[in-house]
Structures are given as C-alpha cells and as structure tokens.
Ligand binder design. Structure first.
Ligand SMILES: Cc1cc2nc3c(=O)[nH]c(=O)nc-3n(C[C@H](O)[C@H](O)[C@H](O)COP(=O)(O)OP(=O)(O)OC[C@H]3O[C@@H](n4cnc5c(N)ncnc54)[C@H](O)[C@@H]3O)c2cc1C
Length: 502
C-alpha cells in the first residue's frame, strides 16, 4: 500500500501526504520570514524521498532485522488490538473530531450546570466511558501500572505522568510531591525497564507565583548581564540571544525571606523525587510550560541535571519546545555547556502546546509572539533540533525523547537514526506519543524496531479534566491529528468485518 503514483493514492495516503506537504516549503524559507538570529538552517535530514514505507537494513547498523517503517497497513499496525477496542477507539476519536460536540462538551464542563449533583454525575460518567478511557491510563498508580503492563506486552514502554497541574500553596505542593514519589516507587513492582520515565510538571510542586518571580529575576540578570542572585547554583544556559525577555520590563525586587523559603522547599521537593528516581533507576522527565515561567522551570531542571546527570545516560530530562524562535539556539548552547561540564544532556523535544496563551501574553505587552511566524518554521525547527541531537548522541553522551505525533518528523528521525547507526534497543533514543493518540505512528515505529513510549497521564476524572479538554481541542476537526488514525482504524474494521462474513 505504499505510495507509488498519484493515480493510486488511497485516502490514507492522501492524509499522510498532507502531513508530508507541511514540510515542503522548508527549503524555500527566506531570511525575510525570520529575524537573522532565528534563521533555521536548511533541512538537515536525508531528503532523498518521501515514501510511506521505508526499508531499514544494512550490516552493522543494528537495523538488520527490522520490518519496513510503514504507516499504511492497518492490518499490520493494529494486529494486537481487539476488534471491540478498535471500534470503541474509532467512535471516541470520531466524536472528538466533531467540532460542535467538543465545543458543547467544553462549555458544559466549564458551566455552572456542573454544580448540580445529578447532572455532574451523568457528565462525568459519560466522560469516563469515552474520552477518559481512551486518553487516560487509570485513576491511580495501580490502574496506571496495569496499563503499563498491557503496553509492555505490546512492545511499548510507559512515561508515567500523575496528572497534576498548577497549584499555588505549599500544602498542595507537598501533597503532589508525595504523589510523584509514590509514582516513582510503584515502578519497582513493574517489569524492569517497562517504565521509560516518570514525568513531573514543576508547577505541581512549586507555587506558580514563585516560578514567576524566579523567572523575572533570571531574565533581569541575563538582560543586564548582572550577577547578583545569591540563591543561584551552578546551572546550564537558560537563555540565548533570541530568547523572549519582554515579560520583565523593570528591575524585580529580590526574593523576600518568605519567597526564598518557598523556593527552597520546592527545590527540596524536586530533590526528594530525584532521589527516589535514583533509587528506583527511573529517569525523570520535566515538562515545559509557557515562557512566562519556563526560565524558572529550566533553572530547576538544569541545576538538578548538573548534580545528578553522570556518565553516559541522563537521569534528568528537560523539554525543548521547537515552536519557540530561540529553541535551536538554546539547544546548541545547552549541549555545548553540558559537554564542557562533562554531563549527559537529556532532552525531550516537543513542538509546544501553549500557542494561544503565548501569543496573547506577547500581544498584551506589545511584542511579537515568541513562536515561529508559521507552522513550516516550527516543523523545520523541530526536525533540525532532532537531527542535531541525533548527531550529538550517536557517538557521544546524552539522550533524546522525540515526542511527536507528526508522521514526517517520525519518518525523518527514523531515517536519520538508521544513517547514524543508532541501534535497536539503544536507550539513548526513543519516540513518544500521548496515550490514545497517533496509534498508527506508534505501532509503525514499534514494528520497525524503534523504542517507543506512550506518555501515560493518570488520576481521578475531575483532576484530569484540564488534560482531557486539551486533548479534545487537539483532536477537534476532520483534519486533526487523529485523522490518519481514524481512517486506518475504519479500514481495518471493515477488513475484519469482511473477513468474518466471507
Ligand atoms: C510525549 C509528549 C510529551 C509532551 N510534552 C509536552 C510538554 O512538556 N510541553 C508542551 O508544551 N507540549 C508537550 N507536548 C505537546 C506537544 O507540544 C504538541 O502540542 C503536540 O504533540 C502536537 O505536536 P506534534 O509534534 O505532535 O506535531 P503536529 O501533530 O504536526 O502538530 C502541529 C501543531 O503545532 C502547532 N503549531 C506549532 N507552531 C505553530 C506555528 N508557528 N503556527 C501554527 N501552528 C503551530 C499547531 O497547533 C499544529 O496543530 C507533548 C507531546 C507528546 C507527544
């Protein structure tokens, strides 16, 4: 079913081609579209061809026994999924693609109607059987553990994410920190290496007001080239020449004793989680959020990496958002500084999920958005960063988690890994997709022999609602991320039905 000519292109191929076309104008990027400091270098991956089936092989590459990388054949891709589960997934994704359904659902969940007991029960019950079951790994560590085992049997690993978000008091931060520690501890009872990492959002263990203050102080220090932050420890670069600094217009006051104490408490919480990771031999991945608070998140991440990343494999991974104009510059600076300090850099590469809030904040302060002016630049930056990291880790220290649902980025990185001889089972490079999303990509990469993790949020229905609303928004519309999955699942269901009838 690989694409062989325009006349024989299937509907799925058309969807995949749409995905590929997003990258076409890459080589035509001109300096007029991006300021000089943010020009993205031309595509550095192999650009020989864009088939939907890519055969890996060659002696010594470690790819010899792999199947071709293919995202076209639902029979191969979904062989291990039961017909009932496939049907339910198809219906849930279809429902999520109908914009009025998602808009109405979002309105209802945010409305006062949810204060009415019976009404709330019905809405929560419906959400639980549909979106929650599809996108969430379970209500607690035990249920999430069962999901990990199921995925492990199917050839995947799990990134355990106890779905906790923004809090602003020490009591909630302490509670969240305990929950993260319990999550790390739970990995001991799961098959060895079935959990590729535990994920933490710093906003769940440090009051957001403190993150804003620390970010302001770091920005001001960088802007004025001063060096007067008494609490600052050894860290890696947090900014580059093109980083957005407009959030901090005037000199911020130093931390008050109370703020300094809250900051130290948050650092201690992170240290406690890291110590548990060290004991359990599980890497820790720290999510990226918005640029208002990201400098503080990076500070937490990098200062911990300086202390805990040793040898060849990192314990702590930070996140780079390629939709930011300064992403590549920062990544290069980070890697150079890490190399100089002799520590392995751990990077999770994403495109970024705070598009509208970033644009709103920048506009309200009279500045351009820190996000690339167009999606093509984001795609180019993502692939360029991936290529850079793959080159770096092929023969040196560091590790890369390529977190994406984009087929072209997946295919290009797979080709690059093959070119560089990054062998199967090499724990320094893995792909990752969110649970319930981009299944065809996950199965295709797994079938070709790559390490693939599913990012597994878990927690009670109420708590996980913000995450679910973001997934609903992402899957909304007929051409959304899930279009290829829906198409392939429908075709596979049709095939199974026909086979059963005949
Ligand atoms: C395992 C995993 C972990 C993640 N962790 C994080 C995290 O820590 N922090 C975080 O912020 N996000 C995170 N995300 C979400 C991620 O950033 C993306 O929102 C999501 O994965 C979609 O990007 P994609 O690479 O899958 O590409 P695609 O499916 O191709 O999606 C591209 C999307 O990028 C957006 N976009 C980006 N730049 C532009 C632009 N310049 N103009 C227009 N649209 C643009 C559009 O919304 C578009 O739909 C994670 C995703 C995964 C899979």
């Amino acid at each position: 079913m690989a694409i062989r000519g325009a006349s024989s292109i299937s509907t799925t191929s058309k969807l995949l081609l749409q995905n590929y076309r997003l990258l076409k104008p890459l080589t035509t990027l001109s300096s007029t579209t991006t300021p000089p400091s943010t020009i993205i270098s031309p595509q550095t991956f192999s650009e020989k061809h864009t088939p939907t089936t890519t055969t890996f092989g060659g002696s010594g590459s470690g790819f010899g026994s792999r199947s071709p990388l293919s995202f076209e054949d639902g029979k191969d891709l979904f062989a291990s999924i039961s017909t009932a589960k496939l049907l339910k997934s198809t219906l849930t994704l279809k429902m999520a693609a109908v914009e009025p359904v998602v808009d109405l659902g979002t309105w209802v969940i945010n409305s006062k109607l949810m204060n009415v007991g019976v009404f709330k029960d019905v809405v929560m019950g419906f959400t639980k059987c549909t979106f929650y079951d599809h996108f969430v790994a379970g209500r607690n560590v035990d249920e999430a553990g069962k999901t990990v085992k199921m995925l492990w049997d199917d050839g995947f690993r799990g990134m355990l994410d106890y779905g906790l978000e923004h809090v602003d008091d020490n009591e909630s931060c302490d509670r969240n920190s305990e929950a993260f520690i319990k999550t790390v501890d739970s990995t001991k009872s799961l098959p060895a290496t079935s959990v590729s990492s535990v994920v933490v959002k710093i906003t769940a263990i440090c009051p957001v007001s403190i993150l804003k203050r620390i970010s302001d102080l770091l920005r001001w220090e960088y802007k004025t080239k001063s060096n007067d932050l008494p609490w600052k420890q050894n860290t890696l670069p947090i900014f580059s020449e093109s980083s957005p600094l407009y959030h901090t217009l005037t000199k911020p006051e130093p931390l008050t004793p109370q703020e300094e104490q809250d900051f130290r408490l948050a650092q201690q919480r992170l240290t406690n989680i890291i110590e548990k990771c060290l004991e359990s031999n599980v890497p820790l991945v720290i999510d990226a959020e918005d640029t208002q608070i990201q400098p503080a998140i990076d500070y937490f991440t990098h200062s911990a990496a300086v202390l805990y990343n040793k040898g060849d494999k990192p314990l702590i991974f930070g996140t780079i958002q390629a939709y930011l104009k300064d992403a590549k510059e920062r990544l290069v600076l980070l890697k150079a500084a890490a190399d100089q300090m002799g520590l392995p850099l751990g990077v999770k590469l994403v495109r970024g999920a705070y598009m509208s809030s970033e644009a709103q904040v920048a506009a309200s302060l009279g500045h351009d958005s820190p996000i690339h002016n167009g999606i093509q630049q984001t795609h180019a930056c993502y692939n360029d960063c991936a290529s850079f990291m793959l080159n770096e880790i092929a023969n040196g220290p560091g590790a890369l988690v390529l977190a994406t649902h984009n087929f072209e980025s997946g295919r290009l990185a797979a080709l690059k890994a093959q070119e560089l001889g990054i062998a199967k089972g090499n724990q320094k490079f893995q792909f990752a997709q969110l649970y319930g999303m981009a299944e065809a990509l996950s199965y295709g990469l797994r079938n070709a022999g790559f390490e693939v993790s599913k990012y597994l949020p878990f927690g009670p229905v109420d708590q996980i609602m913000p995450y679910l609303l973001r997934r609903a928004e992402e899957n909304k519309g007929m051409l959304s991320t899930s279009a290829i999955d829906r198409q392939l699942m429908r075709m596979e269901l049709k095939r199974r039905l026909t086979a059963a009838v005949l």
